[in-house]
Design a protein around this ligand. Structure first.
Ligand SMILES: [Fe+2]
Ligand SMILES: [Fe+2]
Ligand SMILES: [Fe+2]
Length: 280
């Protein structure tokens, strides 16, 4: 029974994950503007759903999934994308409705009802965006730029997406409360990086490729931290190298700023590791 519930909640997480990335892809492709901001705000609400589901799964003794469900990425125009987002919300509404029937636990039911009510409100927002985008003639700002700069930015995007998932997973799986909290915080910081790099790439005529590489699945907190420190040190060096190669001062500043954050992360994780090792 419990395994069945964990399975259903993990399906919900896959759906949330797909929605987050689908909405971010759309928001970034539209560039700056009111509608893009509102879509990003919806993506942030889906991230909270993702978190709540993960914590519930951990409470049941399960492992939250970082598998992404299927995204609806077709469509050439903004109204077509918004119609895809309406469909994504309809899928979510159908799934939560079904899972509410299948799950008996009153606390989990309460959570799913809360999420379901958010999804209904999101569906309404996206329906509005379909007509708003039609009126405004909003377009796809992405281009086909594939030079060195675009490559560096897409490398950064891939890295940031990977560590977001890794730190979230570590925050869910660690039993050290301080580590849990810091991992959540730094995952949010990496989401900022993902947004900055994607917006920079779109404004420069490129297309963000939001895919990730392998995520560390250590079971022990100390091993999680070792993996996190390693990746931070590698990318701090890589951002440093890339920032030196950039001629554009704005781009240089952006990469240097991210580099400084990554150095901070590496130091913070090193302190946490020292404390964790002290406990053992
Ligand atoms: Fe959601
Ligand atoms: Fe980062
Ligand atoms: Fe980092």
């Amino acid at each position: 029974m419990k395994d069945n519930v964990i399975g259903l909640l993990n399906k919900d997480m896959e759906g949330e994950h797909a929605a987050i990335i689908q909405y971010l892809v759309h928001a970034y492709a539209m560039g700056e503007g009111e509608m893009a901001c509102e879509i990003e705000a919806i993506a942030r609400e889906e991230m909270r759903h993702f978190d709540w589901l993960a914590e519930t799964i951990v409470g049941l003794g399960g492992t939250p999934t970082i598998t992404r469900g299927e995204m609806r990425t077709g469509g050439e125009t903004v109204p077509a994308w918004m119609a895809n987002d309406v469909e994504a919300e309809e899928d979510a509404i159908a799934m939560y409705t079904e899972h509410l029937k299948a799950i008996q636990d009153p606390d989990i039911k309460r959570l799913l009802r809360r999420i379901l009510s958010d999804e209904k409100s999101h569906r309404l927002s996206f329906q509005h965006f379909v007509s708003k985008a039609r009126k405004k003639g909003a377009g796809d700002l992405r281009g086909s730029r594939r030079d060195k700069t675009a490559e560096v930015l897409n490398w950064g995007i891939e890295h940031e997406y990977t560590v977001i998932l890794q730190y979230l997973l570590h925050s869910y799986m660690s039993r050290n409360d301080e580590v849990k909290e810091e991992m959540q915080d730094q995952a949010i910081n990496e989401m900022q990086h993902l947004g900055w790099l994607s917006e920079e790439l779109v404004s420069g005529g490129g297309t963000p490729r939001i895919e990730h590489t392998g995520v560390d699945r250590s079971k022990k907190t100390a091993n999680m931290l070792r993996a996190d420190i390693k990746i931070e040190k590698e990318v701090a060096a890589e951002y440093d190298r890339a920032s030196r190669e950039m001629d554009d001062p704005g781009l240089k500043r952006l990469l240097t700023r991210i580099r400084d954050h990554e150095i901070y992360h590496a130091e913070l994780f090193t302190d946490l590791l020292r404390e964790e090792e002290g406990k053992a």
